[in-house]
Unconditional design. Structure first.
Length: 245
C-alpha cells in the first residue's frame, strides 16, 4: 500500500475516498525554522505610505494570466493600492516582464502601481517583505514555503482554497495559525477579502506585531514535534506492512 503524509486541511475527509493512498494525518504539512538571523517585520508599510501594498514572491510560473487579472481587479477596487512582485532568476526576463505589464495595462491598472524586482541575497529577500502589507497567494498552485516566509515576516496571506493539495497549501498553514479569515472560498470572495483586509490597517498592524511569534509558537514552528510525528507515521506504516506479510 502507498501512503500519503498530509494534514487534514490538505486532504479533507470528503476527498479521501478518491485517493489510492492511505492518508496519515500530521500536525501540519511543513515545519518552519529560521536558524540564521533574519530582518524584523518592521512597521506596517501602509501607515507611512498612505496606501496598501500587496505582494507576491512566488515563482512567475504560478502567476498565470487569470491570477494577474484577478489581482488587477483587486487594484481597481482599491484606488492607490500597489503591487510588488518579486521574481526568481528564471522569471526575471524581458518576455515575462512584458507579459505581466501587458496584462495590467489591458486591465486598466497604471504600471506605476506595479513594481517588479528580481533575485536578491537571502537577507534582502526577506527584507523586501518589510515593504508588503498583504501577500496574495496565486492559484491554482499556491505557495508552501513562500507562504510561511511571508507569515514569518509578519505579512498575512490571502488565499483561495481549492480542491487539490497544491491549491490548499496556504490554507493549511493559515488554518493552523487560526487565520482562516484570510481564506476565500472562490475568486469573487478572494477579491472581496483582499479589499476588506486592506481597509483595516489597524488590524493589519496589530497582526504584524505578533505574527512571527505566533508562527514560532505553533506546531509549524516546532520542528521536533513535526519530526516525531513523521517518525511515528513511518513506524506505523512499517508495522502495518509487517503484519500483512
Amino acid at each position: 500500500m502507498d501512503y500519503l503524509l498530509a494534514d487534514p486541511v490538505l486532504v479533507p475527509q470528503s476527498e479521501r475516498g478518491l485517493l489510492a493512498e492511505h492518508v496519515y494525518d500530521l500536525p501540519n504539512f511543513l515545519s518552519y525554522s529560521a536558524p540564521e538571523a533574519l530582518p524584523l517585520p518592521g512597521p506596517l508599510p501602509a501607515i507611512a505610505n498612505g496606501y496598501v501594498t500587496f505582494g507576491s514572491f512566488n515563482r512567475a510560473l504560478k502567476l498565470q494570466d487569470p491570477v494577474l487579472r484577478c489581482w488587477a481587479e483587486i487594484l481597481r477596487a482599491i484606488p492607490g493600492a500597489h503591487l510588488l512582485l518579486k521574481l526568481n532568476q528564471q522569471s526575471v526576463n524581458p518576455a515575462q516582464r512584458r507579459r505581466i505589464e501587458t496584462i495590467f495595462r489591458d486591465e486598466g491598472v497604471a504600471l506605476d502601481r506595479i513594481e517588479l524586482i528580481g533575485p536578491t541575497s537571502r537577507p534582502d529577500h526577506f527584507a523586501a517583505y518589510q515593504r508588503v502589507d498583504i501577500a496574495l497567494d496565486p492559484f491554482p498552485h499556491g505557495g508552501g514555503m513562500t507562504t510561511l516566509d511571508a507569515l514569518w515576516m509578519g505579512v498575512p496571506v490571502i488565499t483561495q482554497s481549492g480542491k487539490t493539495i497544491s491549491s490548499r497549501l496556504a490554507a493549511s498553514s493559515l488554518t493552523t495559525l487560526d487565520l482562516s479569515d484570510f481564506i476565500a472560498a472562490d475568486l469573487a470572495a478572494y477579491v472581496r477579502l483582499a479589499t476588506a483586509k486592506a481597509s483595516n490597517p489597524t488590524a493589519l498592524a496589530d497582526l504584524r506585531m505578533n505574527l512571527r511569534e505566533r508562527v514560532a509558537n505553533s506546531v509549524i514552528g516546532d520542528s521536533k514535534r513535526y519530526a516525531r510525528a513523521v517518525e511515528a507515521a513511518y513506524r506505523e506504516m512499517w508495522t502495518r506492512w509487517c503484519a500483512s506479510q
